[in-house]
Design a protein around this ligand. Sequence first.
Ligand SMILES: C[S@@+](CC[C@H](N)C(=O)[O-])C[C@H]1O[C@@H](n2cnc3c(N)ncnc32)[C@H](O)[C@@H]1O
Length: 401
Amino acid sequence: MTYPLDLDLEGRRVVVVGGGRVALRRVRGLLAAGADVTVIAPRVDPGLAGLPLAVCPREYRGGDLAGAWLVHAATDDPAVNTVVASEAERCRVWCVRADDAALSRAWTPAVTRHGDVTVAVTAGGDPRRAQRLRAAISSALAEGSLPVRPQRPARAPGSVALVGGGPGDPGLITVRGRRLLARADVVVTDRLAPRDVLAELDPDVEIIEAGKAPHACHLSQEQINALLVDRALAGKRVVRLKGGDPFVFGRGGEEALACVRAGVPFEVVPGVTSAIAVPACAGIPVTHRGITQDFAVVSAHLDPSHPGATVDWEALATGPGTLVLLMAVARLAEVTAELVKRGRPASTPVAVICEGTTDRQRVLVSTLGEVAEDAAAQSIRPPAVVVVGEVVRLREALGAA
Ligand SMILES: C[S@@+](CC[C@H](N)C(=O)[O-])C[C@H]1O[C@@H](n2cnc3c(N)ncnc32)[C@H](O)[C@@H]1O
């Protein structure tokens, strides 16, 4: 078994014997760590020119390791590397041999850095395996799926990130959203946000349920705004985790305005909206060449006859494009009747996709004239996206289940 160690090489002499591409890679890492590097090689890679190091343009000689803390034997001649390694052994200097891991007494790991976190990987002397592992760890770090939340100084300024979590599948939140979640002190979450990602948070992250859900509190928009601002003013990094995109019927604009008014720094991380992603994952493209060039996304939570309804159903009924209706389940009968009354043929195909992108996804395919009755018969419940238009027929051709 070996003994892993992290070295501070600042200002310490390190000798690199060899001037090729392997030596160049080693030199770059050593210089980044602040080492005082000497390269010994009769010929050196042009990439070494101009770097802040000493070059001895000759073969290696006995005595070259004087004063060195570490040596890299990185020539393409095993005999030279053996001479270097033997002298290193005598002088009690650690030697990394690039040509033969089995003969080496020290090894360079595959390294990935993420802020102040450094991960070094060795894998049984197999550098390619170590590199593959390093790549996997590096992308997990970038995604924010590893617990790298640093300790923060007291009185660090707080902030709010309005993060679009996508339609439900945890794979559909953005890399930036995941990264901010991994650093959050407080997460204020909606019912339709991708809740699986919450399980990855550190146990001391405060999770506040803001959405309507059984057995969970429901906060008014004003309470949510105040909560975001108060926690941020107390120095917390707050993530407001929302379903889909924060600015598509998500009241993200109101939360952003609350931050502006309170002088709280905030950022918006767009999300994959259910309006497009839920049909897509159910095999329905909202546009398709030769079928339709436009689509409209409509909030259908109000009965069209309601005095507060501002949707122009006349324009939507007579236009040729795909209609994507959100929050439509409760008013499906009124809304579909209105569209038929104003000119959309009752035979227009309609799909209702419930809990899209999750493993509970259900799809009902019907027509504008019959969908309300079919949905009632099948006890369709929100959340659901309703797609009205010829594009629904593509679902079969695309082989969606
Ligand atoms: C208040 S809106 C928020 C929309 C969200 N901001 C977005 O961009 O997807 C909530 C509505 O989005 C739709 N919705 C969100 N996630 C859904 C999902 N996974 N499956 C079906 N519909 C969904 C439903 O129509 C639901 O009533």
